[in-house]
Design a protein around this ligand. Structure first.
Ligand code: NFE
Ligand code: MG
Length: 519
Protein backbone atom coordinates (compact mmCIF):
# COMPACT_ATOMS: atom_id res chain seq x y z
CA UNK A 1 0.00 0.00 0.00
CA UNK A 2 1.37 3.43 -0.86
CA UNK A 3 0.13 6.99 -0.82
CA UNK A 4 0.50 9.50 -3.66
CA UNK A 5 0.07 13.16 -2.79
CA UNK A 6 -0.26 15.75 -5.54
CA UNK A 7 -0.07 19.13 -3.83
CA UNK A 8 -0.75 21.57 -5.31
CA UNK A 9 -2.41 20.24 -8.47
CA UNK A 10 -1.12 22.60 -11.16
CA UNK A 11 -2.89 23.91 -14.26
CA UNK A 12 -6.12 24.47 -12.38
CA UNK A 13 -7.41 27.56 -10.57
CA UNK A 14 -6.65 27.78 -6.83
CA UNK A 15 -5.01 25.38 -4.37
CA UNK A 16 -6.10 21.77 -4.52
CA UNK A 17 -4.44 18.81 -2.84
CA UNK A 18 -5.21 15.29 -4.02
CA UNK A 19 -4.18 12.24 -2.00
CA UNK A 20 -4.73 8.70 -3.20
CA UNK A 21 -4.02 5.39 -1.50
CA UNK A 22 -2.75 2.81 -4.00
CA UNK A 23 -2.81 -0.94 -3.45
CA UNK A 24 -1.43 -3.32 -6.10
CA UNK A 25 -1.47 -0.52 -8.68
CA UNK A 26 -5.13 0.45 -8.09
CA UNK A 27 -6.49 3.53 -6.27
CA UNK A 28 -8.29 2.23 -3.18
CA UNK A 29 -9.09 5.58 -1.63
CA UNK A 30 -8.94 9.24 -2.61
CA UNK A 31 -9.14 12.57 -0.77
CA UNK A 32 -9.77 15.97 -2.37
CA UNK A 33 -8.73 18.91 -0.19
CA UNK A 34 -9.30 22.60 -0.88
CA UNK A 35 -6.30 24.25 0.80
CA UNK A 36 -7.12 27.91 0.48
CA UNK A 37 -9.32 29.96 2.76
CA UNK A 38 -10.95 33.14 1.41
CA UNK A 39 -14.35 34.60 1.02
CA UNK A 40 -17.20 36.77 -0.03
CA UNK A 41 -20.49 35.54 1.46
CA UNK A 42 -20.01 37.12 4.88
CA UNK A 43 -18.63 40.36 3.48
CA UNK A 44 -22.02 40.85 1.83
CA UNK A 45 -23.99 40.86 5.08
CA UNK A 46 -25.54 44.23 5.93
CA UNK A 47 -24.85 45.66 2.48
CA UNK A 48 -27.14 47.02 -0.22
CA UNK A 49 -28.45 43.96 -2.13
CA UNK A 50 -27.19 45.43 -5.42
CA UNK A 51 -23.63 45.07 -4.09
CA UNK A 52 -23.98 41.29 -4.59
CA UNK A 53 -23.68 41.94 -8.27
CA UNK A 54 -20.25 43.52 -7.88
CA UNK A 55 -18.88 41.53 -4.95
CA UNK A 56 -19.73 38.00 -6.04
CA UNK A 57 -17.92 38.56 -9.33
CA UNK A 58 -14.77 38.95 -7.21
CA UNK A 59 -15.07 35.32 -6.10
CA UNK A 60 -13.13 34.45 -9.23
CA UNK A 61 -11.32 35.97 -12.19
CA UNK A 62 -12.11 33.03 -14.46
CA UNK A 63 -15.89 32.79 -14.13
CA UNK A 64 -17.01 36.22 -12.80
CA UNK A 65 -19.50 36.46 -15.66
CA UNK A 66 -21.39 33.42 -14.39
CA UNK A 67 -21.50 34.92 -10.90
CA UNK A 68 -22.88 38.15 -12.40
CA UNK A 69 -25.67 36.19 -14.09
CA UNK A 70 -26.46 34.12 -10.96
CA UNK A 71 -26.50 37.29 -8.82
CA UNK A 72 -28.71 39.13 -11.33
CA UNK A 73 -31.19 36.22 -11.49
CA UNK A 74 -31.12 36.03 -7.69
CA UNK A 75 -31.85 39.75 -7.26
CA UNK A 76 -34.42 39.71 -10.11
CA UNK A 77 -36.31 37.04 -8.19
CA UNK A 78 -35.96 38.84 -4.83
CA UNK A 79 -37.14 42.13 -6.41
CA UNK A 80 -40.12 40.47 -8.17
CA UNK A 81 -38.62 41.01 -11.65
CA UNK A 82 -37.86 37.45 -12.73
CA UNK A 83 -40.57 37.50 -15.43
CA UNK A 84 -40.23 41.19 -16.35
CA UNK A 85 -36.76 41.49 -17.89
CA UNK A 86 -37.05 42.99 -21.40
CA UNK A 87 -36.05 40.59 -24.20
CA UNK A 88 -33.08 42.81 -25.08
CA UNK A 89 -31.82 42.42 -21.49
CA UNK A 90 -32.30 38.65 -21.47
CA UNK A 91 -30.61 38.22 -24.86
CA UNK A 92 -27.66 40.52 -24.08
CA UNK A 93 -27.11 38.55 -20.85
CA UNK A 94 -27.10 35.36 -22.94
CA UNK A 95 -24.56 36.82 -25.35
CA UNK A 96 -22.28 37.98 -22.51
CA UNK A 97 -22.51 34.58 -20.81
CA UNK A 98 -22.03 32.75 -24.13
CA UNK A 99 -18.85 34.72 -24.85
CA UNK A 100 -17.55 33.89 -21.36
CA UNK A 101 -18.18 30.16 -21.80
CA UNK A 102 -16.47 30.08 -25.20
CA UNK A 103 -13.36 31.82 -23.78
CA UNK A 104 -13.38 29.60 -20.71
CA UNK A 105 -13.68 26.24 -22.50
CA UNK A 106 -10.94 27.15 -24.99
CA UNK A 107 -8.76 28.13 -22.00
CA UNK A 108 -9.45 24.86 -20.23
CA UNK A 109 -8.73 22.57 -23.16
CA UNK A 110 -5.63 24.21 -24.60
CA UNK A 111 -3.94 25.95 -21.71
CA UNK A 112 -4.84 23.70 -18.80
CA UNK A 113 -5.76 20.17 -19.88
CA UNK A 114 -4.11 19.54 -23.27
CA UNK A 115 -0.62 19.51 -21.77
CA UNK A 116 -1.52 16.17 -20.17
CA UNK A 117 -1.70 14.74 -23.71
CA UNK A 118 0.51 16.94 -25.92
CA UNK A 119 4.30 16.68 -25.77
CA UNK A 120 5.47 20.23 -26.37
CA UNK A 121 9.16 19.21 -26.40
CA UNK A 122 8.64 17.73 -29.88
CA UNK A 123 8.62 21.30 -31.19
CA UNK A 124 12.45 20.96 -31.00
CA UNK A 125 12.12 19.07 -34.32
CA UNK A 126 10.18 21.86 -36.03
CA UNK A 127 11.82 23.29 -39.17
CA UNK A 128 9.14 25.60 -40.59
CA UNK A 129 8.50 29.36 -40.55
CA UNK A 130 5.77 29.78 -37.96
CA UNK A 131 7.11 32.52 -35.63
CA UNK A 132 5.18 31.22 -32.62
CA UNK A 133 6.54 27.69 -32.99
CA UNK A 134 10.06 28.99 -33.59
CA UNK A 135 9.83 31.00 -30.42
CA UNK A 136 8.69 27.90 -28.46
CA UNK A 137 11.59 26.02 -30.10
CA UNK A 138 14.11 28.60 -28.90
CA UNK A 139 12.80 28.23 -25.34
CA UNK A 140 13.20 24.46 -25.59
CA UNK A 141 16.76 24.82 -26.90
CA UNK A 142 17.63 27.07 -23.97
CA UNK A 143 16.06 24.57 -21.56
CA UNK A 144 13.46 27.14 -20.47
CA UNK A 145 10.26 25.16 -20.71
CA UNK A 146 7.97 26.57 -18.04
CA UNK A 147 4.98 26.46 -17.95
CA UNK A 148 5.20 23.15 -19.83
CA UNK A 149 7.39 21.49 -17.17
CA UNK A 150 7.63 20.03 -14.57
CA UNK A 151 5.30 17.32 -15.77
CA UNK A 152 4.79 13.58 -15.65
CA UNK A 153 6.71 11.54 -18.24
CA UNK A 154 6.16 8.37 -20.18
CA UNK A 155 2.66 8.48 -21.68
CA UNK A 156 2.63 10.95 -24.56
CA UNK A 157 1.08 9.20 -27.54
CA UNK A 158 0.56 11.73 -30.35
CA UNK A 159 2.81 11.73 -33.44
CA UNK A 160 5.53 14.40 -33.70
CA UNK A 161 3.47 16.19 -36.34
CA UNK A 162 0.37 16.25 -34.12
CA UNK A 163 2.34 17.43 -31.10
CA UNK A 164 3.78 20.31 -33.13
CA UNK A 165 0.39 21.21 -34.60
CA UNK A 166 -1.29 21.11 -31.21
CA UNK A 167 1.40 23.43 -29.79
CA UNK A 168 0.69 25.91 -32.60
CA UNK A 169 -2.99 25.67 -31.66
CA UNK A 170 -2.08 26.35 -28.00
CA UNK A 171 -0.65 29.69 -29.15
CA UNK A 172 -3.55 30.39 -31.53
CA UNK A 173 -6.00 29.63 -28.72
CA UNK A 174 -4.54 32.52 -26.69
CA UNK A 175 -5.61 34.88 -29.49
CA UNK A 176 -9.01 33.20 -29.78
CA UNK A 177 -9.64 33.61 -26.06
CA UNK A 178 -8.84 37.28 -26.40
CA UNK A 179 -11.38 37.56 -29.25
CA UNK A 180 -14.04 35.92 -27.08
CA UNK A 181 -13.25 38.27 -24.19
CA UNK A 182 -13.43 41.28 -26.55
CA UNK A 183 -16.80 40.00 -27.71
CA UNK A 184 -17.93 39.90 -24.07
CA UNK A 185 -16.79 43.48 -23.49
CA UNK A 186 -18.84 44.85 -26.41
CA UNK A 187 -21.91 44.44 -24.22
CA UNK A 188 -20.27 43.83 -20.82
CA UNK A 189 -17.95 46.86 -20.64
CA UNK A 190 -14.94 44.93 -19.35
CA UNK A 191 -13.59 41.51 -18.50
CA UNK A 192 -13.08 40.27 -15.84
CA UNK A 193 -15.95 41.59 -13.70
CA UNK A 194 -18.36 43.05 -16.26
CA UNK A 195 -20.32 46.19 -15.45
CA UNK A 196 -23.41 45.59 -17.59
CA UNK A 197 -25.28 42.70 -15.99
CA UNK A 198 -27.52 44.13 -13.26
CA UNK A 199 -30.84 43.25 -11.68
CA UNK A 200 -33.54 44.44 -14.08
CA UNK A 201 -31.56 43.57 -17.22
CA UNK A 202 -28.37 45.12 -18.58
CA UNK A 203 -27.05 48.69 -18.57
CA UNK A 204 -25.72 48.56 -22.14
CA UNK A 205 -27.93 49.81 -24.94
CA UNK A 206 -28.22 47.74 -28.11
CA UNK A 207 -26.92 49.29 -31.34
CA UNK A 208 -26.39 47.95 -34.85
CA UNK A 209 -22.65 48.70 -34.52
CA UNK A 210 -22.35 46.51 -31.41
CA UNK A 211 -24.22 43.68 -33.11
CA UNK A 212 -21.89 43.83 -36.14
CA UNK A 213 -18.79 44.07 -34.00
CA UNK A 214 -19.89 41.03 -31.96
CA UNK A 215 -20.81 39.02 -35.05
CA UNK A 216 -17.51 39.22 -36.89
CA UNK A 217 -15.62 38.03 -33.82
CA UNK A 218 -18.17 35.27 -33.32
CA UNK A 219 -17.75 34.09 -36.92
CA UNK A 220 -14.01 33.78 -36.44
CA UNK A 221 -14.49 31.89 -33.19
CA UNK A 222 -16.97 29.50 -34.82
CA UNK A 223 -14.40 28.70 -37.49
CA UNK A 224 -11.80 27.99 -34.80
CA UNK A 225 -14.24 25.80 -32.83
CA UNK A 226 -15.24 23.77 -35.93
CA UNK A 227 -11.85 23.48 -37.61
CA UNK A 228 -9.39 23.42 -34.71
CA UNK A 229 -10.90 22.90 -31.23
CA UNK A 230 -13.28 20.02 -32.00
CA UNK A 231 -10.82 18.20 -34.32
CA UNK A 232 -8.11 18.51 -31.63
CA UNK A 233 -10.38 17.07 -28.93
CA UNK A 234 -11.26 14.18 -31.27
CA UNK A 235 -7.57 13.59 -32.12
CA UNK A 236 -6.70 13.40 -28.42
CA UNK A 237 -9.68 11.09 -27.89
CA UNK A 238 -8.47 8.79 -30.65
CA UNK A 239 -4.96 8.47 -29.26
CA UNK A 240 -6.08 8.13 -25.63
CA UNK A 241 -9.36 6.24 -26.18
CA UNK A 242 -8.88 4.22 -22.95
CA UNK A 243 -9.84 7.48 -21.19
CA UNK A 244 -13.45 6.90 -22.27
CA UNK A 245 -13.40 4.27 -19.53
CA UNK A 246 -11.31 6.07 -16.94
CA UNK A 247 -12.64 8.54 -14.35
CA UNK A 248 -16.30 7.52 -14.51
CA UNK A 249 -17.24 9.08 -11.17
CA UNK A 250 -20.51 8.98 -9.24
CA UNK A 251 -22.76 8.50 -12.29
CA UNK A 252 -25.25 11.19 -11.18
CA UNK A 253 -25.25 14.49 -13.04
CA UNK A 254 -27.05 17.72 -12.20
CA UNK A 255 -27.62 20.79 -14.38
CA UNK A 256 -29.40 24.07 -13.63
CA UNK A 257 -29.41 24.82 -17.36
CA UNK A 258 -28.41 28.12 -18.94
CA UNK A 259 -29.10 30.67 -21.63
CA UNK A 260 -32.75 31.66 -21.10
CA UNK A 261 -34.83 31.27 -24.26
CA UNK A 262 -37.88 32.86 -22.62
CA UNK A 263 -38.28 35.59 -20.05
CA UNK A 264 -41.84 35.23 -18.86
CA UNK A 265 -41.55 32.18 -16.59
CA UNK A 266 -40.43 33.29 -13.11
CA UNK A 267 -39.54 29.69 -12.13
CA UNK A 268 -35.91 29.08 -13.13
CA UNK A 269 -36.33 25.33 -12.70
CA UNK A 270 -38.99 25.24 -15.47
CA UNK A 271 -37.77 27.99 -17.77
CA UNK A 272 -36.96 27.14 -21.39
CA UNK A 273 -33.16 27.21 -21.63
CA UNK A 274 -30.72 26.27 -24.40
CA UNK A 275 -29.07 23.80 -22.00
CA UNK A 276 -31.78 22.16 -19.91
CA UNK A 277 -32.24 21.84 -16.15
CA UNK A 278 -32.49 18.47 -14.45
CA UNK A 279 -30.66 15.42 -13.20
CA UNK A 280 -29.57 12.39 -15.15
CA UNK A 281 -27.89 9.12 -14.25
CA UNK A 282 -26.09 6.52 -16.34
CA UNK A 283 -29.36 4.98 -17.53
CA UNK A 284 -30.08 8.41 -19.12
CA UNK A 285 -33.30 8.87 -17.15
CA UNK A 286 -33.93 12.58 -16.66
CA UNK A 287 -35.23 13.84 -13.31
CA UNK A 288 -36.78 17.25 -12.69
CA UNK A 289 -34.86 19.78 -10.63
CA UNK A 290 -36.04 20.66 -7.12
CA UNK A 291 -33.68 23.15 -5.45
CA UNK A 292 -35.25 22.38 -2.05
CA UNK A 293 -33.31 19.10 -2.13
CA UNK A 294 -29.92 20.87 -1.99
CA UNK A 295 -27.96 20.89 1.29
CA UNK A 296 -24.31 21.40 2.25
CA UNK A 297 -22.57 19.04 4.70
CA UNK A 298 -19.41 19.74 6.72
CA UNK A 299 -18.45 16.60 8.68
CA UNK A 300 -15.10 16.48 6.82
CA UNK A 301 -14.79 20.23 6.15
CA UNK A 302 -13.19 22.81 8.45
CA UNK A 303 -16.51 24.29 9.66
CA UNK A 304 -18.53 23.95 12.86
CA UNK A 305 -20.58 20.74 12.90
CA UNK A 306 -23.64 22.79 13.91
CA UNK A 307 -23.72 24.20 10.36
CA UNK A 308 -24.11 20.84 8.61
CA UNK A 309 -27.02 19.70 6.46
CA UNK A 310 -28.44 23.18 5.81
CA UNK A 311 -30.31 24.29 2.70
CA UNK A 312 -28.59 27.40 1.23
CA UNK A 313 -31.41 29.67 2.46
CA UNK A 314 -30.39 28.64 6.00
CA UNK A 315 -26.69 28.35 5.12
CA UNK A 316 -24.12 29.14 7.83
CA UNK A 317 -20.41 29.82 7.40
CA UNK A 318 -18.56 29.11 10.65
CA UNK A 319 -14.92 28.18 9.98
CA UNK A 320 -13.05 25.84 12.35
CA UNK A 321 -9.59 25.14 10.94
CA UNK A 322 -8.08 22.04 12.48
CA UNK A 323 -11.44 20.39 13.23
CA UNK A 324 -10.76 16.73 14.02
CA UNK A 325 -11.26 14.40 11.05
CA UNK A 326 -11.80 17.23 8.56
CA UNK A 327 -9.52 17.65 5.55
CA UNK A 328 -10.86 20.45 3.32
CA UNK A 329 -12.11 24.02 3.19
CA UNK A 330 -14.62 22.84 0.58
CA UNK A 331 -18.08 21.98 1.91
CA UNK A 332 -19.96 18.94 0.54
CA UNK A 333 -23.13 19.95 -1.35
CA UNK A 334 -25.52 17.06 -1.96
CA UNK A 335 -28.82 16.72 -3.84
CA UNK A 336 -31.46 14.64 -2.10
CA UNK A 337 -28.62 13.35 0.10
CA UNK A 338 -26.75 11.93 -2.91
CA UNK A 339 -23.50 12.81 -4.66
CA UNK A 340 -23.89 14.69 -7.97
CA UNK A 341 -21.33 15.80 -10.52
CA UNK A 342 -21.93 19.14 -12.25
CA UNK A 343 -20.40 20.67 -15.38
CA UNK A 344 -20.75 20.78 -19.16
CA UNK A 345 -21.11 16.98 -19.18
CA UNK A 346 -24.20 17.33 -16.95
CA UNK A 347 -25.71 20.06 -19.15
CA UNK A 348 -25.05 18.13 -22.35
CA UNK A 349 -26.24 14.81 -20.88
CA UNK A 350 -29.52 16.25 -19.50
CA UNK A 351 -30.21 18.03 -22.81
CA UNK A 352 -29.24 14.92 -24.82
CA UNK A 353 -31.37 12.60 -22.68
CA UNK A 354 -34.29 15.05 -22.98
CA UNK A 355 -34.15 14.39 -26.74
CA UNK A 356 -33.10 17.86 -27.97
CA UNK A 357 -32.35 17.10 -31.67
CA UNK A 358 -29.36 19.44 -32.18
CA UNK A 359 -27.57 18.08 -29.08
CA UNK A 360 -28.51 14.50 -29.95
CA UNK A 361 -26.88 14.94 -33.37
CA UNK A 362 -23.72 16.46 -31.89
CA UNK A 363 -23.31 13.80 -29.21
CA UNK A 364 -24.25 10.88 -31.46
CA UNK A 365 -21.72 11.99 -34.09
CA UNK A 366 -18.93 11.80 -31.49
CA UNK A 367 -20.14 8.51 -30.00
CA UNK A 368 -20.49 6.85 -33.41
CA UNK A 369 -16.97 7.93 -34.38
CA UNK A 370 -15.70 5.92 -31.40
CA UNK A 371 -18.35 3.21 -31.65
CA UNK A 372 -19.19 4.07 -28.06
CA UNK A 373 -22.44 4.02 -26.09
CA UNK A 374 -23.68 7.07 -24.12
CA UNK A 375 -22.15 5.48 -20.99
CA UNK A 376 -18.74 6.45 -22.40
CA UNK A 377 -19.68 10.08 -21.73
CA UNK A 378 -19.18 9.39 -18.03
CA UNK A 379 -15.39 9.58 -18.31
CA UNK A 380 -12.37 11.84 -18.66
CA UNK A 381 -12.84 12.12 -22.44
CA UNK A 382 -16.61 12.44 -22.11
CA UNK A 383 -16.08 15.59 -20.04
CA UNK A 384 -13.70 17.08 -22.62
CA UNK A 385 -16.01 16.20 -25.51
CA UNK A 386 -19.05 17.66 -23.70
CA UNK A 387 -17.15 20.89 -23.09
CA UNK A 388 -16.23 21.17 -26.79
CA UNK A 389 -19.80 20.36 -27.91
CA UNK A 390 -21.40 22.88 -25.56
CA UNK A 391 -18.97 25.48 -26.94
CA UNK A 392 -20.07 24.70 -30.49
CA UNK A 393 -23.75 24.55 -29.55
CA UNK A 394 -23.81 27.97 -27.93
CA UNK A 395 -21.57 29.61 -30.57
CA UNK A 396 -23.86 28.28 -33.32
CA UNK A 397 -26.93 29.58 -31.45
CA UNK A 398 -25.62 33.11 -30.92
CA UNK A 399 -26.07 34.57 -34.47
CA UNK A 400 -29.83 34.04 -34.17
CA UNK A 401 -29.84 35.74 -30.74
CA UNK A 402 -28.06 38.74 -32.28
CA UNK A 403 -30.81 38.94 -34.91
CA UNK A 404 -33.47 38.91 -32.17
CA UNK A 405 -32.05 42.08 -30.58
CA UNK A 406 -34.03 45.29 -31.14
CA UNK A 407 -31.73 48.34 -31.38
CA UNK A 408 -33.13 51.37 -29.61
CA UNK A 409 -35.54 49.37 -27.40
CA UNK A 410 -35.06 49.01 -23.61
CA UNK A 411 -32.74 46.39 -22.14
CA UNK A 412 -33.55 47.24 -18.51
CA UNK A 413 -36.55 47.72 -16.23
CA UNK A 414 -36.51 49.90 -13.11
CA UNK A 415 -37.51 48.60 -9.66
CA UNK A 416 -37.76 49.28 -5.93
CA UNK A 417 -35.70 47.31 -3.42
CA UNK A 418 -38.19 45.48 -1.14
CA UNK A 419 -37.98 45.73 2.67
CA UNK A 420 -38.00 41.94 3.05
CA UNK A 421 -37.53 39.26 0.40
CA UNK A 422 -35.98 35.92 -0.47
CA UNK A 423 -34.26 35.30 -3.78
CA UNK A 424 -32.68 32.46 -5.72
CA UNK A 425 -30.58 32.59 -8.89
CA UNK A 426 -29.68 29.42 -10.78
CA UNK A 427 -27.49 29.12 -13.86
CA UNK A 428 -24.72 26.85 -15.08
CA UNK A 429 -21.25 28.39 -14.93
CA UNK A 430 -18.53 27.01 -17.21
CA UNK A 431 -17.78 24.43 -14.53
CA UNK A 432 -21.40 23.60 -13.78
CA UNK A 433 -24.35 24.32 -11.53
CA UNK A 434 -24.05 27.69 -9.81
CA UNK A 435 -26.65 28.85 -7.28
CA UNK A 436 -26.93 32.13 -5.36
CA UNK A 437 -29.49 32.64 -2.57
CA UNK A 438 -30.31 35.90 -0.78
CA UNK A 439 -32.37 36.95 2.22
CA UNK A 440 -33.15 40.67 2.40
CA UNK A 441 -34.23 42.42 5.63
CA UNK A 442 -34.67 46.20 6.01
CA UNK A 443 -33.53 46.58 2.38
CA UNK A 444 -30.12 45.07 3.31
CA UNK A 445 -28.58 41.64 2.76
CA UNK A 446 -29.24 39.52 5.87
CA UNK A 447 -27.73 36.35 4.36
CA UNK A 448 -26.11 35.54 1.01
CA UNK A 449 -25.08 32.02 0.06
CA UNK A 450 -23.34 30.70 -3.04
CA UNK A 451 -23.14 27.00 -3.86
CA UNK A 452 -20.63 26.78 -6.63
CA UNK A 453 -19.67 24.15 -9.26
CA UNK A 454 -16.26 23.22 -7.85
CA UNK A 455 -17.82 22.96 -4.38
CA UNK A 456 -19.94 20.13 -5.79
CA UNK A 457 -17.17 18.46 -7.82
CA UNK A 458 -14.19 18.84 -5.46
CA UNK A 459 -16.21 18.17 -2.33
CA UNK A 460 -14.82 15.92 0.39
CA UNK A 461 -16.84 13.15 2.01
CA UNK A 462 -20.25 14.12 3.43
CA UNK A 463 -21.90 13.25 6.76
CA UNK A 464 -22.79 9.79 5.41
CA UNK A 465 -19.12 9.25 4.45
CA UNK A 466 -19.93 9.29 0.71
CA UNK A 467 -16.82 10.45 -1.20
CA UNK A 468 -17.24 13.50 -3.48
CA UNK A 469 -17.41 13.32 -7.30
CA UNK A 470 -13.68 13.70 -8.01
CA UNK A 471 -12.83 11.29 -5.18
CA UNK A 472 -15.20 8.69 -6.67
CA UNK A 473 -13.74 9.28 -10.15
CA UNK A 474 -10.26 8.47 -8.78
CA UNK A 475 -11.20 5.39 -6.73
CA UNK A 476 -10.69 2.20 -8.76
CA UNK A 477 -8.27 3.77 -11.25
CA UNK A 478 -5.23 1.73 -12.30
CA UNK A 479 -2.00 3.67 -11.84
CA UNK A 480 0.56 2.37 -14.35
CA UNK A 481 3.56 4.17 -12.88
CA UNK A 482 3.36 5.58 -9.35
CA UNK A 483 6.25 7.97 -10.09
CA UNK A 484 4.32 9.44 -13.03
CA UNK A 485 0.66 9.23 -12.01
CA UNK A 486 -0.70 10.71 -15.24
CA UNK A 487 -4.09 9.22 -14.48
CA UNK A 488 -4.58 11.43 -11.41
CA UNK A 489 -3.84 14.68 -13.28
CA UNK A 490 -5.97 13.69 -16.25
CA UNK A 491 -8.96 12.69 -14.12
CA UNK A 492 -8.83 15.73 -11.84
CA UNK A 493 -8.31 18.21 -14.68
CA UNK A 494 -11.21 16.73 -16.66
CA UNK A 495 -13.43 18.40 -14.01
CA UNK A 496 -11.79 21.81 -14.65
CA UNK A 497 -11.48 22.59 -10.90
CA UNK A 498 -11.59 26.13 -9.56
CA UNK A 499 -10.84 26.31 -5.85
CA UNK A 500 -11.22 30.09 -5.72
CA UNK A 501 -14.87 29.54 -6.53
CA UNK A 502 -15.22 26.44 -4.37
CA UNK A 503 -14.16 28.22 -1.15
CA UNK A 504 -15.61 31.70 -1.15
CA UNK A 505 -15.88 32.72 2.49
CA UNK A 506 -13.93 34.49 5.19
CA UNK A 507 -14.07 34.77 8.95
CA UNK A 508 -16.08 37.92 9.70
CA UNK A 509 -13.59 39.58 12.06
CA UNK A 510 -10.67 38.69 9.83
CA UNK A 511 -8.65 36.84 12.47
CA UNK A 512 -6.07 34.26 11.39
CA UNK A 513 -7.61 30.81 11.49
CA UNK A 514 -4.41 28.84 10.97
CA UNK A 515 -1.07 29.03 9.25
CA UNK A 516 0.01 26.23 6.96
CA UNK A 517 2.05 25.53 3.88
CA UNK A 518 1.02 23.65 0.78
CA UNK A 519 3.31 21.91 -1.66
NI1 NFE B 1 -13.62 30.15 -10.45
FE1 NFE B 1 -16.53 29.08 -11.12
C1 NFE B 1 -17.12 28.41 -12.67
C2 NFE B 1 -18.24 29.37 -10.56
S1 NFE B 1 -16.48 27.30 -10.07
S2 NFE B 1 -14.47 29.12 -11.93
O1 NFE B 1 -17.36 28.01 -13.73
O2 NFE B 1 -19.27 29.58 -10.25
O3 NFE B 1 -16.13 25.97 -10.16
MG1 MG C 1 -21.04 28.87 -0.15
Amino acid sequence: MSKITVDPVTRIEGHLKIEVVVEKGVVKDAYSSGMMFRGIELILRGRDPRDAQRYTQRICGVCPTSHSIAAALNLDSAFGLADKIPDNGRIVRNLILGAAHIADHILHFYHLAALDYVDVTKVAKYDGNDPALNSVKRFIERGELAPFVPRYEGDYRLSDKMNIEATAHYVKALEMRRKAQEMLTIFGGKMPHNMAVVPGGVTEIVTVDKIASFLWRLNELREFIDNVYIPDVLAVAEAYSDYFEIGTGCGNLLSYGLWDLEGNNPDYTKRKRLIKQGTVSMDLKVGSLDPNKIAEYVKYSWYADSSTGKHPTQGVTDPQYGKKGAYSWVKAPRYDGKVYEVGPLAGIAVTYASGEPAVKNLVDSVLSKFKASPKALFSVLGRHAARALITKYVADSMPEWLLQLKPGEPAYIDYQIPDQALGMGLTDAARGALGHWVEIKDKKIANYQCVVPSTWNMSPRDDRDQPGPVEQALIGTKIKDEKNPFEIGRIVRSFDPCLACAIHLIRPKGEIVGTFRTG
